[in-house]
Design a protein around this ligand. Structure first.
Ligand code: PBG
Length: 324
């Protein structure tokens, strides 16, 4: 048989495959989400996220040092608010001595070069488990945006490098940028969850923070998964309003959106490999149906190949071990 081109030539050994690989994961690609709770020496495994933990601040600080020593350079903080501190307006979110603010300070003190990003949304603080203020059965936009802007200032004052609004209210990026400027917080960046979809894959995260919506769903603010063009509109608006980094979330069922957004913007694009995506791999691996390590690397490489410059993932530590 005579063939002018033999494509298998470039696949015939590990050496040639690695030489021509288009997408290579590095520790610089990852953002590590951390779940923080009150207490001391707490390390609770999240039932629907085997191998992932909710930790008190002392253990979180140890974890952050370990992450840094592994070459991981960025953490995304989430806190579990005590039930008695929750209300409709997210009052506790603005407490300068709240768990989030204390966590930011402690992490920055223990590991000053670690980039600290913080979740900005009301759901962990909301008695309704919604990302915004509830009036009747509505999640109101403008009053929520005011709180999100104050929350961002509070996080920045505690030392956050980036605030990461995950709420999908309209106009929040502009309001947050303006509030940061007014408070002379010129160095604080915004990583916007700009195309965040109403997804069934957030379940394990809501278990971790006890933040499931008390009524209804999040479909009036998070995006409809039927839509692709809308993701570009949302993202371009966030860039216009001042987002430094944009995000597509979830990642795995939304690889087309990641690519679409990557082609449309000139800021870094992140993708969130979310809790349900983590749980699926863990569950299938536990059943012996897939090889966990191979599935992790394939998944993360695919997300990067789709166009993500950064990936928030619960697999960050596993991935670093696997690629080193
Ligand atoms: C809250 C928030 C959610 C996630 C990140 N920030 C849940 C939600 O919107 O209900 C999900 C992360 C994950 O599932 O890993 N605004």
């Amino acid at each position: 048989m005579y063939l002018q081109r033999r494509n298998r030539i470039l696949r015939q050994s590990p050496a040639i495959r690695s030489l021509v690989a288009e997408t290579i994961l590095t520790p610089n690609d990852f953002i590590v989400p951390l779940f923080i709770s009150e207490g001391e020496n707490v390390k609770d495994e999240i039932a629907s996220m085997p191998g992932y933990y909710r930790m008190s601040l002392d253990n979180t600080v140890k974890e952050v040092k370990e992450l840094w020593s592994m070459g991981l350079k960025s953490v995304l903080l989430f806190i579990k608010c005590k039930d008695e501190l929750k209300d409709n307006k997210g009052t506790e979110a603005l407490n300068p001595k709240g768990l989030m603010q204390r966590s930011i300070r402690a992490v920055k003190e223990a590991c000053p070069d670690m980039l600290v990003m913080t979740d900005v949304a009301l759901d962990p603080f909301s008695s309704y488990g919604h990302d915004g203020i509830v009036e009747g059965s509505e999640i109101v936009n403008d009053a929520t945006v005011e709180v999100l802007a104050q929350m961002s200032v509070s996080h920045a004052q505690a030392g956050a490098d980036f605030v990461a609004p995950s709420d999908m209210m309209d106009g929040r990026i502009a309001a947050i940028r303006e509030a940061l400027e007014e408070n002379d917080l010129h160095k604080t960046g915004i990583m916007s969850y700009s195309a965040k979809y109403a997804s069934s894959f957030y379940g394990p995260f809501r278990d971790a923070l006890d933040s499931a919506p008390g009524f209804g769903d999040k479909k009036t603010y998070q995006m409809d998964y039927s839509n692709r063009i809308e993701a570009v509109k949302e993202t371009l608006m966030d860039v216009e309003e001042g987002a430094d980094i944009v995000m597509v979330k979830p990642a795995l069922a939304y690889l087309d959106i990641i690519r679409e957004v990557k082609n449309a913007v000139s800021v870094p694009v992140s993708a969130y490999n979310i809790s349900g995506e983590y749980a699926m791999i863990k569950a299938a691996a536990k059943m012996g149906w897939i090889d966990e390590n191979k599935a992790i690397l394939e998944t993360l490489t695919a997300i990067k190949r789709a166009g993500a410059d950064l990936i928030a993932t619960y697999f960050a530590k596993d991935a670093v071990k696997l690629i080193s």
